[in-house]
Ligand binder design. Structure first.
Ligand code: NAD
Length: 360
């Protein structure tokens, strides 16, 4: 008989629904418990989503006392640290929504908890399941571009500012940098093989979020809606990273990899004011090569697919739990981009370049 796994959901807001829908497609998974800090919300969520058999709790600690193999953590960013450490220590395998944490210190503690307990901490970056992400990584790591010395990534939404828990410093920790910047960082760093960052020089602002002309919750807007950073890595690569939730511009440009033998331009799929950001699939990849006697532009054929990337990330995690495989997207790796986001916030606040101290 096929091994079954029991899953719980911590945080029953918007994205929790996508986790439920994805788990439901897996015949070997039972969603047996849900929890939310708002009293009664988990029970309502269970009823609204047809999880009538599931136990509902008003705190994640009560849920963790339940017989479960794994949890999906779908709480706002600032509580990722506490909920994931408690879950790992309670013996559960963890699928944690992005971004991993708010500060580097938190990410380090979370990684240590995963190591000490031997339980997995996997971070939910669904764009990784676009097969073209793998192709991009192969091109960059194949040496076809020569030595990659400069990368530019980010992009941004023309009009795409969230509200609610996403704009409160105590809950979200950071704004656009953490919310969508983490995707661009993962795209670039995954292709580069997650090199170690050394320094960050950054600037952030919130001209749109705090202006009632542009945001209905302007008086409660506490995070950045724009950010730009220059990140220096140990292997003589620099990354320029920029992100916006709103701007008077259609796009902040493509992702560029400049190498000594060739360059690669990558654009996101999708159009419209919410697009131009790496929270979906890859739209195009083109390799440029210039030399005396001519230049070439070669379109990399994309791998056609009809995958639902979100469902794929949940499936991969659930199968890893069932089969005893390691974390599909380990916290240990994502710690590196958390160090960059942490550096961005520190640098912007101190208005100077800061060092990034990563533990060995
Ligand atoms: N991967 C994606 O595509 C994607 C999309 C949207 C959001 N997210 C991420 O998912 C997370 C949640 O986002 P959302 O849109 O669902 O937010 P949300 O505000 O709609 O829901 C969060 C829920 O968590 C609850 N909560 C807060 N602290 C808790 C705790 N300690 N224990 C239990 N419940 C707690 C809140 O009461 C709320 O119901 C964020 O980190 C966000 O970045 C990921």
């Amino acid at each position: 008989m096929e091994k079954r796994i029991k899953v719980g959901i911590i945080g029953t807001g918007g994205i929790a629904r996508a986790h439920v829908s994805a788990y439901r497609k897996l015949p070997f998974v039972d969603i047996v418990a849900v929890a939310d800090v708002i009293p009664g919300k988990a029970r309502q969520f269970a009823e609204a989503n047809g999880l009538t058999e599931a136990a509902a709790f008003d705190s994640h600690t009560e849920l963790l006392a339940y017989d479960l193999d794994a949890v999906s953590i779908c709480t706002p960013n600032a509580s990722h640290h506490r909920t994931s450490i408690d879950s790992l220590r309670a013996g559960k395998q963890v699928l944690l929504e992005k971004p991993m944490s708010v500060t580097l210190e938190e990410a380090v503690e979370m990684t240590q908890a995963a190591r000490e307990t031997g339980n997995m901490l996997s971070i939910g970056f669904q764009p990784r399941y676009d097969p073209n992400m793998k192709r991009l990584q192969e091109i960059v790591q194949s040496g076809r571009l020569g030595k990659v010395y400069y990368v530019e990534t980010g992009g941004g939404r023309r009009r795409g500012m969230p509200g609610g828990t996403f704009i409160r410093k105590d809950l979200a920790g950071a704004g656009a940098m953490a919310d969508i910047g983490c995707y661009s960082l993962d795209l670039a760093l995954n292709a580069l093989g997650y090199p170690r960052p050394l320094t960050v020089s950054a600037f952030t602002s919130n001209h749109f979020g705090t202006n009632p002309l542009y945001h209905p919750e302007a008086d409660r807007f506490e995070v950045e809606d724009f950010g730009v950073a220059m990140v220096r890595f140990e292997n003589d690569v620099v990354l320029q990273f920029k992100i916006s939730w709103a701007m008077h511009m259609d796009s902040l440009g493509a992702t560029l990899f400049l190498g000594t033998d060739a360059g690669l331009k990558v654009t996101p799929a999708g159009t419209g004011p919410w697009s131009g950001v790496w929270d979906g699939s890859i739209g195009s990849m083109t390799v440029y090569h210039d030399a005396f006697g001519g230049h070439t532009e070669t379109r990399v054929p994309l791998i056609e697919h009809s995958l639902n990337l979100f469902d794929e990330k949940v499936r991969d995690f659930a199968e890893a739990v069932r089969d005893g495989r390691p974390a599909p997207i380990p916290g240990e790796q994502i710690l590196i981009q958390q160090a960059i986001i942490d550096g961005v916030l520190r640098s912007a606040e101190q208005r100077r370049e800061v060092s990034v101290e990563l533990p060995q």
